[in-house]
Design a protein around this ligand. Structure first.
Ligand code: ASP
Length: 349
C-alpha cells in the first residue's frame, strides 16, 4: 500500500497551447487563451493541495497540429534547467499530437526520476462542462505524489486523460469528440482515478538508482517516413516511399501480426531499400496486439529480408524511438539492434 507524502511537493505547470487553455471572454464573447500565471486564482481547487505550483507559458501558444521537434527540444531543455527545483512537471498540450510529444519526451530523457504528465482537454477549461479541470487537478496530484521514502510514485512520462494515467509512449488518440480521447491498448493504465487514485505499482517503471541525474538527449534525427500498406497500393507509391533518399528509416504499417503483400515487386522493393542501407521497421495497423513475423509466410519474408520488428509499438512510439536512436547513433546497424530492445517500456517482448 502506498503512503504518498506529498504535502510539500512543488510542481511546474508548462503550458504549450491547445484547447485546455481557452477561456470564455464574456466581453468579446469568444474563447481566448487563459493566463496560466493566474492559475491558482482561475482553478482555486488547486489551492487545497498546498503544493507550490509555478507555471511557464510557451510563446507563441500553439495548436498542437503545429508541433515541431523544436518544441520537444525546448521542453526537454526547460525540464532539464528546472529539474532540481521541482518534484514533478505537468505539460498542458493540445490533444492532437500529445501522444507524439509524450513518446518523444520519454526517449529524450534517460534515467528519469520524476513524473512528467501530459494532459489537455476536449473542452476548454472555461466551459461549464469542461473535462480540463479534472484532467489538470488529477495530473497535478499525480505529478506530486511520492512514496514514504519521498520518491515519485510515477517517475515516467505519461498522459493523463479522463481518469486514466497511461504510459506516454503507449498511447494513441482515438476519439475526437469523447472525453475518453486516448487509449493504451497494449499496456494497462499506470493509475486510475476514482474516489482515490489507484496506482498500478507492478507496471510503473522505477529507476535503478534514484540519485542518478537524468541524461537529456536533444539531438533528434527526423528522417523517417511511414508507409501504410493497403489493398491496391501501387508499386510506384511503395518505391517512392521505401527508396527515397530523403529518409534514413521507414516505418511499415502492416496488417495483423505484421503481414504484407507477398507479390514479387513488393519483396524486391523491400530488398532494394535494405540493400541501400535503409532501416525498415514493421509495426501493425491494429490498435492492439503485436507484430510476430514468424506466424505467416507473408511476415516471414519481411523478417528474412532484414526488416526489424516493432513488436506492439504504437506508430507514435515507433516514430519517436527512431528520431531518438538515429539522433544518438550514426550507424544504422546499431539503430536496428536498439530498435528491437525495450528502452522505456515502449514495447512488450
Ligand atoms: N487542435 C487542438 C490541439 O491539438 C485540439 C486539442 O487541444 O484538443 O491543439
Amino acid at each position: 500500500m502506498n503512503n504518498p507524502s506529498n504535502t510539500k511537493s512543488s510542481i511546474l505547470l508548462i503550458y504549450t497551447g491547445g484547447t485546455i487553455g481557452m477561456k470564455e471572454d464574456p466581453t468579446a464573447q469568444a474563447l481566448k487563451p487563459f493566463d496560466f500565471s493566474q492559475i491558482l486564482a482561475e482553478v482555486p481547487e488547486l489551492r487545497k493541495f498546498a503544493y507550490k505550483i509555478d507555471s511557464h507559458t510557451f510563446s507563441p501558444l500553439i495548436d498542437s497540429s503545429d508541433v515541431e521537434p523544436g518544441l520537444w527540444v525546448s521542453l526537454a531543455e526547460l525540464i532539464e534547467s528546472k529539474y532540481d527545483e521541482y518534484d514533478g512537471f505537468v505539460i498542458l498540450h493540445g490533444t492532437d499530437t500529445m501522444a507524439y510529444s509524450a513518446s518523444v519526451l520519454s526517449f529524450m530523457i534517460e534515467d528519469l526520476t520524476k513524473p512528467i504528465i501530459f494532459t489537455g482537454s476536449q473542452l476548454p477549461i472555461g466551459m461549464p462542462r469542461t473535462d480540463g479541470k479534472e484532467n489538470l487537478i488529477s495530473s497535478v496530484e499525480i505529478a506530486a505524489a511520492k512514496d514514504i521514502e519521498g520518491h515519485a510514485l510515477v517517475p515516467e512520462v505519461c498522459i493523463y486523460f479522463d481518469n486514466m494515467l497511461m504510459r506516454g509512449n503507449r498511447t494513441t488518440k482515438v476519439n475526437s469528440d469523447h472525453f475518453r480521447a486516448f487509449r493504451s491498448e497494449n499496456c494497462p493504465p499506470l493509475a486510475e482515478a476514482g474516489i482515490s487514485i489507484r496506482y498500478n505499482q507492478s507496471i510503473i517503471r522505477k529507476p535503478e538508482n534514484w540519485n542518478v541525474k537524468p541524461t537529456f538527449h536533444t539531438h533528434l534525427d527526423t528522417r523517417v517516413s511511414i508507409l501504410k500498406i493497403h489493398p491496391g497500393i501501387t508499386e510506384g507509391v511503395v518505391e517512392h516511399i521505401l527508396c527515397s533518399t530523403e529518409s534514413r528509416a521507414v516505418i511499415i504499417e502492416t496488417y495483423g501480426a505484421g503481414n504484407a503483400p507477398s507479390k514479387d515487386w513488393f519483396i524486391s522493393l523491400i530488398n532494394k531499400a535494405l540493400a541501400n542501407g535503409k532501416i525498415l521497421l514493421n509495426i501493425t495497423q491494429c490498435l492492439a496486439g503485436s507484430v510476430n513475423m514468424d506466424i505467416y509466410a507473408t511476415g516471414k519474408c519481411l523478417k528474412n529480408a532484414g526488416v526489424c520488428s516493432g513488436y506492439d509499438s504504437t506508430t507514435e512510439g515507433a516514430l519517436a524511438k527512431l528520431f531518438y536512436l538515429m539522433g544518438i547513433l550514426k550507424e544504422n546497424v546499431r539503430v536496428k539492434e536498439m530498435l528491437e530492445t525495450d528502452l522505456r517500456g515502449e514495447i512488450s517482448k
